[in-house]
Design a binder for this molecule. Structure first.
Ligand code: NAP
Length: 461
């Protein structure tokens, strides 16, 4: 073992979403015999990653998570550096010079591919892109073509439910949330009447969670429509419904909705279909005109097989919400199939499968885009455990001074933002919410600033 460290361990974390914040927080609290000095970088001027840009705005539970993350960052022992794009503004080599260890928590933000004909037609959208639009993501165009009356959402996860709920809900019922003005205007003008959500497996195999399912029933003037022929349960389904409370609750909720009459004559309908797999997105003149689904049947194990029976739905837009996928991180290996940085319990591996000293991963870029936000904590703990084990060999930075990296950013003209800057932007957005008048008398908690330049200007102003 090398001699006791005489200076704090310098750690850079790339990505200030929940995974990055939890990793920083848990390391500051971990039992250790050395000091740490942590810089938490994000490509955007604001922190919180997918909490700010990936969660539906009408999700009250998330607010609690934001509060908890805010509390961590507001302690002042983790330095936030926003508006810094890893791979462009700073390279791996730069970080190696200034930090002893680097954790990548860059998440998974793009839509998984759906390999069916017609996927590139106009009107075929990635669910994650739509989420970015309604969450005011600075990199997504502000106009979204909400022209379809009948819409399909493919997938049976929480993102599919978020997308379907946002598409079917009346815009006025979202006024109390933090949606940007243009999102309100866009949704308000939507002529949608029917949103069809498709799961390829049965009601006992859904990936969404009970609370999110029940939330569907809270949309005003939206009827939920279910179909008896979709309610098929094989042995595996019966077993999971009997042993897993979550599945039992959801099967119960869906079955109740099926038997109770949900038809209140609402102006919009949200249809939940099961056991149907997309085969082709049908087009006319380059535009989505329908969706061809194959009816599936359960094979006894909870998986499905095709029946050869096809059903065409007349829809003018298709949203693919079949899961997120990671993106390569410049300078590091990448497992294209899983969408993760190859790693062993968080230690990043080289092409020979050997851990690269000082490089770690946490969150979705480590384990793939599954699990709720809370699961990211356990994951961060595992990564930190590896770092603490490796600690004797970590002190390696040639230029570990905290000011040195700031000098580097300034010498490159990078308009980085800080935690104090975020507090200014936060206050500004809350102020916009309190004084919002454009959409009626409803006081809004916050209105998000969307253009990146404006976010940076307000943060640095
Ligand atoms: P997900 O939970 O993995 O769900 C993906 C869905 O897409 C599954 O129903 C899957 O079916 C289906 N699918 C995959 N490939 C398909 C294909 N080729 N054709 C048809 N269907 C296909 O992913 P997600 O909804 O993106 O959510 C990601 C994570 O974020 C989840 O852990 C989720 O709970 C979490 N999240 C939570 C919230 C919340 O708490 N409110 C909100 C958003 C996201 P199979 O099951 O058959 O594979």
């Amino acid at each position: 073992m090398t001699s006791a460290p005489t200076r704090p361990l310098r750690l850079a974390i790339i990505g200030a979403g929940p995974a990055g914040v939890y990793t920083a927080d848990l390391l500051t609290k971990a039992e250790r015999d050395f000091e740490v000095s942590i810089d938490l970088f994000d490509r955007y001027p604001a922190p919180y990653g997918l909490i700010r840009y990936g969660v539906a705005p009408d999700h009250p539970r998330i607010k609690g998570i934001v509060k908890a993350l805010h509390k961590v960052m507001d302690r002042g022992d983790i330095r936030f550096l926003g508006g810094v794009d890893f791979g462009t503004d700073l390279t791996l080599e730069d970080l190696r010079e200034h930090y002893d260890a680097i954790v990548f928590s860059t998440g998974a933000v793009r839509d998984a591919d759906l390999p069916v004909p017609g996927v590139d037609l106009e009107g075929s959208f990635g669910g994650a892109d739509f989420v970015s639009w309604y969450d005011g993501h600075p990199d997504v165009p502000r106009q979204w073509p909400l022209t379809a009356k009948e819409v399909a959402v493919i997938g049976n996860g929480n993102v599919a439910l978020d997308v379907a709920r946002m598409l079917s809900k009346h815009a006025d019922d979202l006024l109390v949330t933090e949606i940007p003005e243009n999102v309100y205007e866009g949704l308000k003008a939507s002529p949608v009447t029917d949103v069809h959500v498709f799961g390829r497996r049965g009601p006992a195999q859904v990936k969404f969670t009970p609370l999110e399912l029940r939330e569907l029933a809270h949309s005003k003037d939206v009827d939920i429509v279910l179909y008896p022929e979709d309610f098929e349960f094989d042995e595996a389904s019966e077993q999971v419904a009997a042993t897993n409370n979550q599945v039992k609750t959801m099967v119960g909720t869906l079955t109740n909705w099926l038997v109770e009459d949900q038809d209140s004559g609402a102006s919009r309908r949200l249809h939940l279909h099961f056991l149907q797999q997309p085969v082709e997105i049908l087009g006319e003149a380059g535009q989505v005109a329908g969706l061809r689904m194959e009816r599936m049947e359960l094979d006894g194990t909870g998986n499905v097989k095709g029946t050869g029976e096809y059903i065409d739905y007349p829809v003018q837009a298709v949203y693919r919400a079949i899961g997120y996928h990671g993106s390569p991180v410049p300078g590091l290996g990448y497992d294209e199939r899983k969408g993760v940085i190859p790693n062993d319990a968080g230690r990043i591996l080289d092409e020979n499968g050997t851990p690269v000293p000082g490089l770690y991963a946490s969150g979705w870029i480590k384990r793939g885009p599954v699990g709720l936000i809370g699961h990211t904590k356990g994951d961060a703990l595992e990564t930190i455990g590896c770092m603490l084990e490796d600690q004797p060999d970590l002190w390696s930075a040639a230029n570990p001074d905290e000011q040195a990296v700031i000098d580097l950013l300034e010498s490159r003209g990078i308009e980085y933002t800080t935690w104090e800057g975020w507090l200014k932007l936060d206050e500004h957005e809350l102020g916009l919410g309190a004084t919002a008048t454009g959409s009626g008398p409803v006081q809004r908690e916050r209105v998000k600033v969307v253009p990146r330049e404006d976010m940076t200007r307000i943060s640095r102003g």
